[in-house]
Design a protein around this ligand. Sequence first.
Ligand code: SF4
Length: 374
Amino acid sequence: MGWLECQIGRLAAGPGSVMLILSYNKKPHKEHYTGFIMLDDSALAFTPEIAAATDPIYQRLKRVVPAIEWPFHAPLVHAINQLKRRRNAVVLAHNYQTPEIFHGVADIVGDSLALARRASETDAEVIVLAGVHFMAETAKLMNPDKIVLMPDTAAGCSLAASITPEDVRQLRRRWPGVPVVAYVNTSAAVKAEVDICCTSGNAVEVVESLGVPRVIFLPDTYLASYVASQSAVEIIDWQGRCEVHERFTAAEIRSFRAGVAGLTVIAHPECPPEVLAAADFVGSTARMVDFIEQRRPPRVLLLTECSMSDNVAAAVPETEFVRPCNLCPHMKRITLAKILQALRSLEPRIEIDPAIAAPARRAVERMLAIKPRS
Ligand code: SF4
């Protein structure tokens, strides 16, 4: 765990243009992420008109976005929201996106399951995916005839990178006849090799829907272990891990509990088993939000990606969030400036080989056909 320093800089870069610099310092691990992008300056001044137009958005964000930062975000937020209308576009944002994206420009927000479901329902002609690459691929699978934009194609995922299509074929040879369940945090090429997908929100339901005594579950070994603890189905796992959630430890939870009275600890099932055992509640990001909105605990420690606490804090002001900060470097590649650039150029687009898309889509659709448990 650690803390975060965030800086936004704005440099003149020539007549009529500006270079925006976004920099995160994650301490104490000294991780540093910097993104910059050149944009036409003409629409990006913080004028009184833009201040007034974006003030309702800022009122929702002011608990988590300092006033000194807003003049840098507001012109981008305003330009994106105007351009979305002209392009008939929607922005889908994962719960781990920064608050100015999540609350400022997103039309649809949620976890991987919610984004997959809502991506299949939108009438927009253009979808901008503020998340990581596998999420944009899933949106394209659900909308093969629409333009799906990925503001930074290098935004990957350690889980998706942990397994290849050939790995799945080898698992099938080793365990003939055993169905394969893949977490959506996999590439479209891997999804094309599996029987059905799942998310952290429906993994147990998906595994049990198959009606078999044993399944191969990939790629997250910790989510596999959580599913095994909730079901009688035998789970054969793969050794993938989320580089963000695997860093949490039970010792850190004990330390936070000792320092903060009445703390409710909520953990994502991608965390190690010792962390889940020490938590008060375990659930997907959507179930975390439901839990907090229904119970309104006074003090919460959310063991998931750093921005999630900010996004929930903006919506549930009476709950105080203790803020460990494990950042996902892939999610943080997405910025307002890159979203605006993608909408202006309608690039980079996600394209999937039809031979991969058809079986991958079937695996996602099988998951979406499973009714959630009440
Ligand atoms: S938080 Fe973990 S699972 Fe989510 S995108 Fe980042 S690396 Fe992947």
